[in-house]
Design a protein around this ligand. Structure first.
Ligand SMILES: Cc1ncc(COP(=O)(O)O)c(C=O)c1O
Length: 377
């Protein structure tokens, strides 16, 4: 049995619906920022309990737009060190300095304590990243800390479409939240992003920024340093249709994840990332911390070559404060993130994964761990 690291799943009926929407766009000539994008925005906001949504060309541009609107230029932005490169790159492109913070081992995310430790009088924003779709039970404490210091809390919810804690959705805890629809994500539009906010003034600013900083779609007056960050109607068609399957996709992924939870329970030394109760996690990733003596690269190679199981990418293998291109912002004293990053794996998990596939991964992991431990012993 071959198990891929991830899978893009589109039902044939959904493919037909996308084709219809694309045909309508081509017939009307409305190819960008048209009615399909408008519907995608409305439905996305409604599904996440937010007042407004603004579609963008990518999750990265969504982050940069949020940051520019807050006015971070010349200051510092606090973010966890175990996030995707784009979170930090957006900070730099918006003219600020990234300050990398440590994380909690329980959530792979900032805690109120690690965020507080990274604040300074220069802090212009904090970005919380919901790693693997897990919304931390400390998210409200982090929000309270930011409020107390008068610092805007932004969310990188690229992993967290449809995720919630105590009924409140990721992307709605701070002043705004950015999502990604890159193909590996639980809801995809091919390429694309979305910003959620409850603030109508911010929404209007986001619309200006995403379209070359123009005051109005048809005008020629450029009032902000925006860029070409629009979403095409074709991407919106894919995203709108895929969003319609979000609940089904999350239910399917949760089923597989709970089977992993039960199957991993008797494994000594393996520690899965468990979402807090009561929350909904989309299991964008199913991360497991390995015992310290297991070589991750060897484990991945054996799983792939001897069992046909491809593990999905880590979140993340190398923390950003150790990435070569971010060397000017390198820091010491982030021990939890360094440890978590160096010794976790992400088991394959995709929409529609069968019990037999989950069991094959569990059996392969068990056999591989046994083999590696024997080799070490
Ligand atoms: C945490 C995180 N932030 C930002 C991004 C950037 O999103 P995009 O690839 O849509 O630009 C991604 C993903 O791909 C991500 O995983």
């Amino acid at each position: 049995m071959k198990i891929p690291a991830a899978k893009v799943v589109f039902d044939p009926r959904d493919i037909a619906r996308v084709q219809e929407l694309v045909a309508e766009s081509l017939e009307t000539g409305s190819l960008t920022l048209g009615p399909v994008t408008g519907r995608f925005e409305e439905e996305f906001a409604a599904r996440h309990g937010a007042a407004h949504a603004v579609a963008t060309s990518s999750g990265t541009s969504a982050l940069e737009i949020m940051l520019r609107t807050v006015g971070v230029e010349g200051g510092e932005v606090v973010l966890p060190t175990n996030t995707f490169y784009a979170t930090a790159a957006a900070v730099l492109h918006a003219g600020a300095r990234p300050v990398f913070a440590d994380i909690s081992r329980d959530t792979f995310a900032l805690s109120a304590a690690t965020a507080r430790a990274a604040l300074s009088p220069e802090t212009r924003a904090v970005i919380h990243v919901h790693i693997g779709g897990v919304v931390s039970s400390e998210i409200r404490d982090i929000h309270a800390l930011c409020e107390e210091r008068g610092i805007p809390l932004l969310e990188d919810a690229a992993h967290a479409v449809g995720c919630s804690f105590e009924g409140q959705f990721a992307g709605t805890f701070g002043i705004a939240g950015a999502f990604s629809f890159y193909p590996t994500k639980v809801v995809t539009s091919g390429e694309g992003g979305m910003i959620l906010t409850d603030n109508a003034e911010l929404r209007d600013e986001y619309k200006i920024y995403r379209d070359q900083g123009k005051a109005a779609f048809l005008g020629g007056e450029h009032v902000r340093l925006g860029s070409s960050w629009r979403m095409s109607e074709f991407s919106a068609a894919v995203g709108l249709v895929h969003l319609g399957r979000m609940d089904e996709a999350i239910a399917s992924r949760r089923r597989a994840a709970h089977r992993y939870d039960a199957g991993l329970d008797p494994f000594p030394g393996l520690r899965p990332l468990i979402p807090p109760a009561p929350s909904v996690c989309n299991y964008y990733k199913y991360a497991v911390i390995l015992p310290g003596d297991v070589d991750r690269d060897v484990l991945k190679k054996v799983m792939r070559e001897e069992h046909g199981v491809s593990l999905s990418g880590e979140v993340y293998a190398l923390p950003l404060h150790l990435q070569p291109v971010l060397a000017p912002y390198a820091r010491s004293g982030l021990p939890v993130a360094e440890d978590v990053c160096s010794r976790h794996v992400c088991l394959p998990l995709y929409t529609g994964m069968t019990d037999a596939e989950v069991d094959h991964v569990l059996g392969s992991l068990k056999a591989t761990m046994r083999g590696l431990t024997d080799r070490v012993g």
